[in-house]
Design a protein around this ligand. Structure first.
Ligand code: MCN
Ligand code: CUN
Length: 795
């Protein structure tokens, strides 16, 4: 007789199963792109521009060619003969692969060398002589739209200024009316500075074109290998079935590995030309100065307020600095990503957002870095505005939020900018957070401390964010509709292999997807091997970003498991010699309704699928599911930080951090907590120390880890985590995304805490990072401190 399984014991839903991938990672056995060595492989290095804006007068590569071991030197001019000097971006713009006419940012790719080893290639890059004629440089949106500003994109036919787009959403008239009725208006101007995902592993690729089979295999650090395959097919004229993109283990992605970078394209062309595998591995500085920037958005925000604390309307204008090429990977329809997800957790009758995007002489980027398409900026702006408004009204921070929250019985709720949220318990999350931090006690402590000259502060950040694009009606990238997939093959002995269109970069899919199958089929999670990242062997999917894997691919995993179960049920009926209608299911086992002791396990059904199937049934136990979600998922978070600011130095220390996350049903609580702790650490880093900016000449300040700081265990505060569970009503297992919540909601908690400590000084804002000298300046000079470039440099 078979028994139903204990879900937690078999590693199903809710089990804090240890991450199976860590078995190889902690032994140093991970297989990253740079670990792969192919026979006859050559190495590519990139020569980058030292100047931010300059005309290229000439490039002399003769000395480089003369170095023994050099196989190929590519310049933009040579790329142009193949129509590859420019490539399309994921936002319908073009980006230079290798500069032909001008360089448009410091670090731009100017030439590349392929050689027998990377050192020869590097030396040869240095032997290339480029003559530049410097041009005036633009490093912020104000300069970009100023009268007489130099035209950055003079390569584009109809581009007469530096504006990329003007975009708006919301109801302008209704919002104007709300402001006309307001008792008061609270205003705030902010800059969310550039930041960088800086994964441990930089970007890289190995292109391997085999002339004899016409097959192109590319090992690539990509979070979205299927998208890359399609893009390569469209650009290269190679047929799609002859392109195989393999993303092996990734040493973190954090959004850095979504876009298509010139290095990938050059390694592919070099391999086609040389008929040898060509490896390109970016160095740290190359990674920091040229790929995957995030944010760099300015906000002018206004809230229309009633004296009783009700928010009547919101106006937002954002200026986004996209750098020299508009290369954001984001849904085509939304020019400023999902910035308009701001204020989704608040019940606000009217809202209007305008956005302008501009070119500047900075590396392209904008959207990447744990952001779900600008949601990071949206929530930072939202929560800074909410704090300023509460202060303007003289109202308690928590009470002001509570008064404006969407109530539990108000779902489904249309947000001020038109999204549909479907579930949440916002007030409860806030209560759990306030209770955990000891809110009332802290406020008393703060007043006491103030009398003795100590500055304590508390910052709250509450938000719901849209994770998991699509649905495909609204979300596409370059016309590719956003859905995802899973394929499950159950072998004869009841072991299985699961493949999805997503691509883990450290999130633990190999562990957690197996748990979903275990939950649906009652097979032990350890019996399920999960594979992702090889386009030849996985079903099509849009990849892993925007925390879309659980909402979309994870849903597909549940759905394909259910298809398998449906077939197994037929097999069970056959084995038990009853009709299918008489069969019941419990975890891991089918049984006869009228005699529950007679049953067969899912494993017995698997065996029968290959050895004893009913007449007329197609053999095997295998299926695929494509999943197009009906809506985004809307997790909620409440982050609360307490700090102490030293009035003498401006240094601030984090006292405590409380996090309350509601991501619906948790597949693996330990993995979820890991996501939250990592995200909070990134939030703390951005709020306190990460500084990547530009001087007036467009020199990137923060191009190495001496200037751009990553917090170590020493600086990182401790976190106290709490959970609330509101299942997602449309997700098959009730899960919502979690991968970005803490990075999105975290920064405002830290900044709000410091601003709270400074309350009463008249300072409304200090831009991130809140470096001690900025805090000190604000405290002593009693004015706001902006962090926008250009920064002053010593010379
Ligand atoms: N999970 C869960 N229960 C839930 C939700 C999620 O157990 N209710 C688990 C999932 O099964 C998965 C992990 O938590 O193992 C994250 O799931 P999800 O929220 O779906 O996010 P994705 O897997 O799509 O990951 C993407 C997200 C993004 S966009 C960035 S950026 C980011 C992040 O994940 N990059 C990361 N977290 C990262 N974590 C690591 N270690 N490395 C990165 O590069
Ligand atoms: Cu925007 S960073 Mo994550 O979505 O890959």
């Amino acid at each position: 007789m078979t028994q139903a399984k204990d879900e937690i014991k078999i590693g199903g839903l809710g089990a804090s199963r240890k991450r199976v991938e860590d078995n190889r990672f902690i032994r140093g056995k991970g297989r990253y792109v740079d670990d792969i060595v192919l026979p006859g492989m050559l190495h590519m290095e990139i020569l980058r521009s030292p100047l931010a804006h300059a005309r290229i007068v000439s490039i002399d590569t003769s000395k480089a060619w003369a170095i023994p071991g050099v196989r190929l030197v590519l310049t933009g001019e040579m790329m142009a003969t193949r129509n590859l000097a420019w490539m399309p971006t994921l936002s319908y713009d073009t980006q230079a692969v290798l500069a032909t006419d001008k360089v448009r940012f410091q670090g731009q790719e100017v030439a590349c060398v392929v050689a027998d080893d990377p050192y020869i290639a590097k030396d040869a890059c240095e032997a290339i002589v480029v003559e530049y004629e410097a041009l005036p440089v633009i490093v912020n949106p104000t300069q970009a739209v100023a009268q007489g500003a130099p035209l950055i994109r003079d390569d584009k036919d109809n581009q007469h200024d530096n504006v990329i787009y003007n975009w708006e959403v919301g109801d302008k008239e209704a919002t104007d009316r709300a402001f006309a009725q307001a008792d008061r208006v609270s205003k705030l101007e902010l800059h969310y500075p550039r930041s960088h995902p800086s994964p441990i592993e930089c970007c890289g690729s190995i292109a391997d074109f085999d002339r004899s089979t016409s097959k192109l295999t590319v090992y690539m650090t990509s979070q979205a290998p299927h998208v890359i395959r399609a893009a390569v097919a469209l650009v290269s004229e190679l047929p799609e079935h002859m392109i195989r993109i393999i993303s092996p283990d990734l040493g973190g992605g954090f959004g850095n590995k979504v876009p298509i970078y010139p290095g990938y394209v050059m390694s592919i062309l070099a391999s086609i030309l040389l008929e040898r595998p060509v490896k390109w591995i970016e160095d740290k500085t190359g990674n920091l100065i040229s790929t995957g920037f995030a944010r760099d958005v300015y906000l002018k925000g206004e809230l229309a307020l009633r004296n009783d604390g009700k928010i009547l309307g919101v106006r937002m204008h954002t200026d986004a600095d996209h750098g020299a090429f508009f290369s954001d990977a984001q849904p085509s329809k939304f020019k400023i990503g999902l910035m308009h997800s701001a204020f989704s957790c608040y019940d606000i009758p009217a809202a209007h957002l305008t956005a302008q995007g501009v070119y500047t002489n900075k590396a392209p980027g904008g959207v990447a870095y744990r952001c779900s398409f600008r949601v990071t900026e949206a929530m930072y702006f939202q929560e800074r505005m909410v704090q300023a408004a509460a202060d303007d009204l003289g109202m308690d921070q928590a009470e002001f939020r509570r008064r404006n929250f969407v109530r539990d019985d108000d779902f489904p709720h249309r947000t001020p900018f038109g999204f549909l949220t479907d579930s949440g318990q916002y007030g409860k999350c806030l209560d759990v957070g306030l209770e955990a931090i000891g809110y009332a006690d802290f406020l008393r402590e703060k007043e006491e401390a103030k009398k003795r000259g100590r500055l304590l502060g508390i910052g709250i950040s509450t938000m719901t964010e849209p994770l998991g694009a699509g649905n495909s009606r609204e979300y596409d990238i370059l016309g590719m509709k956003m859905f995802d997939s899973a394929q499950l093959r159950v072998h004869m002995t009841g072991k299985a292999i699961l493949r999805t269109g997503a691509k883990t970069q450290g999130q633990g899919h190999e562990t957690t997807w197996a748990q979903i199958v275990a939950h649906e089929l009652g097979m032990p999670a350890e019996d399920i091997l999960v594979e992702e990242g090889d386009t030849d062997n996985t079903p099509f999917g849009l990849g892993t970003y925007a925390s879309r894997s659980t909402p979309v691919a994870g849903a597909a995993v549940a759905m394909v498991s259910r298809k398998i179960r449906a077939k197994a049920r037929k097999i069970a009926a056959h084995l038990l010699e009853v009709s299918e209608e008489d069969i019941e299911w419990e975890l891991g086992r089918f049984y006869i309704r009228s005699s529950p002791e007679r049953g067969v396990s899912i494993q017995e059904c698997a065996m029968a699928a290959y050895s004893n199937m009913p007449d007329g049934m197609e053999p095997g136990l295998e299926n695929v599911a494509y999943y197009d979600p009906p809506n985004l998922t809307w997790p909620f978070a409440c982050y609360i930080a307490t700090v102490e600011v030293d009035p003498v130095t401006g240094v601030w220390d984090v006292l405590r951090v409380v996090a309350v996350d509601d991501c619906g049903v948790r597949i693996n609580p330990m993995v979820v907590e890991g996501q939250i702790m990592g995200g909070l650490t990134e939030a703390y880093a951005m709020a306190s120390m990460q500084f990547i900016t530009f001087d007036a000449q467009g020199n990137c300040v923060g191009s190495n880890y001496m200037d751009y700081l990553l917090p170590t265990a020493w600086e990182t505060p401790g976190y106290e985590l709490h959970e609330v569970v509101t299942p997602c009503p449309h997700h098959p297992i009730g899960a919502k995304g979690i991968g970005e919540c803490a990075t999105v909601g975290g920064p405002a908690a830290f900044v709000n805490a410091v601003m709270d400590a400074l309350k009463g000084t008249g300072v409304r804002n200090i831009d991130m990072p809140l470096l001690p000298d900025r805090v000190y300046e604000a405290l002593t000079k009693r004015h706001d401190v902006s962090g926008a470039p250009p920064v002053k440099t010593d010379d």
